[in-house]
Design a protein around this ligand. Structure first.
Ligand code: SAM
Ligand code: SF4
Ligand code: SF4
Length: 336
């Protein structure tokens, strides 16, 4: 089995299908304009499907479609249909801001999508608009319930928690999720990309998130799915609903990180905080046979030694961490 320098296999592939997004969440993509990937550089659905098949041969079991906003990519359901037919793939999921989901849920379900994750950080329409700069909460909720009606589940709601912005939304989001049959997952605010002006003061740590939830709705820890998932999961003691916390900053999970990323322009990226990617598109577009591409991916993965979050925690603890000293690929390019 293919393993990296810390003996981590490649099991998950996050595919960014576009770097465009119709929102401008302040913690992710706060600027109006970025250096967008040129249209002709974006991988076609055939190219993505071919690479997905090769990654599956190397051990990938789960694929997540992401971006940017995956539903702004035209005809995304055709890609879902192709991927859902791939032999050996155990799980196909899509992460969305939900804004186009009301229109797309039926087609996605018919194409073979089984589940979605939806990002939702507040239930207050004005704050929602402020946090996403362009989003309409009502449209997102409509999309969320349309997906549920189509049976695209279990649905997880992802909420990034930012100090001074939405800590007071933690309990309303828990209540909303429990009442409506969604799992809720809180994500520590991270220093992704280069433009969100992250500081450790904006972080609400897992410990504090749990204290807030536990004081009102007691929970018991279940652990990480398959021992390697980013989220630590909890059950509510009263048996109603599920909670997860992704503590990338305060409890890094690099030692079990089995995730590879494919950018919309065909670069293989081995860490969310990488500064460079490895060009697969050139191999695809110069007629390389499968064996050559498999060898290239194997070469990259066997040399992988990423552990950015683990190193960051050490630097934060010794007060030597400055996120600006490390230039990263934007999250919209490499897929969150
Ligand atoms: N547009 C889709 C969405 O929002 O769900 C998919 C792409 S988005 C980059 C994927 C996930 O990354 C979202 O759940 C989002 O909340 C999360 N994310 C973005 N910026 C983040 C940050 N600074 N810290 C933690 N999570 C972040
Ligand atoms: Fe767009 Fe998702 Fe980033 Fe928000 S988190 S700006 S919806 S890509
Ligand atoms: Fe994986 Fe990099 Fe995140 Fe660590 S920092 S868990 S290696 S993506």
């Amino acid at each position: 089995m293919l393993r990296d320098l810390y003996s981590r296999p490649v099991k998950d592939l996050r595919i960014s299908v576009t770097d465009r997004c119709n929102f401008r969440c302040t913690y992710c993509m706060p600027l109006d304009e970025y250096e967008w990937i040129d249209k002709k550089e974006i991988l076609s659905f055939e190219e993505i499907t071919r690479l997905a098949r090769l990654f599956i041969q190397l051990g990938v079991e789960k694929i997540r479609l992401t971006g940017g906003e995956p539903l702004v990519r035209r005809d995304i359901e055709s890609l879902v249909a192709e991927l859902s037919r791939l032999e050996g793939l155990k799980d196909l999921c899509l992460t969305t801001n939900g804004s186009l989901l009301a229109e797309k849920a039926g087609a996605l379900q018919a194409a073979g999508l089984r589940r979605i994750n939806l990002s939702l950080d507040t239930l207050d329409p004005d704050k929602f608009r402020r946090m996403t700069k362009r989003g309409d909460l009502e449209k997102v909720l409509e999309g969320l319930f349309a997906a549920q009606a189509q049976g695209l589940g279990p649905i997880k709601i992802n909420a990034v928690v930012e100090r001074g912005v939405n800590e007071d939304d933690i309990l309303p989001l828990v209540e909303f999720s429990r009442e409506n049959g969604f799992a809720i997952r809180f994500i520590e605010y991270m220093d992704v990309g280069n433009s969100n002006n992250w500081t450790s003061e904006k972080l609400v740590a897992k410990k504090e998130i749990l204290e807030i939830v536990n004081a009102r709705y007691p929970v018991r820890e279940v652990g990480r799915a398959e021992g390697s998932a980013p989220s630590v999961d909890y059950q509510f003691v009263d048996g109603r609903g599920e909670l997860g916390v992704v503590a990338s900053v305060t409890e890094p999970f690099c030692s079990n990180c089995t995730r590879a990323r494919l950018t919309a322009d065909g670069k293989l990226v081995t860490c969310l905080f990488s500064s460079v990617g490895h060009d697969l598109k050139s191999l695809l577009r110069t007629g390389s046979p499968d064996e050559t591409i498999l060898e290239f991916i194997t070469g990259v993965w066997t040399k992988r030694k990423d552990r950015y979050s683990a190193d960051r925690l050490e630097a934060l603890q010794s007060s030597t961490y400055d996120p600006r000293t490390h230039k990263k690929i934007e999250m919209i390019t490499l897929g969150g």
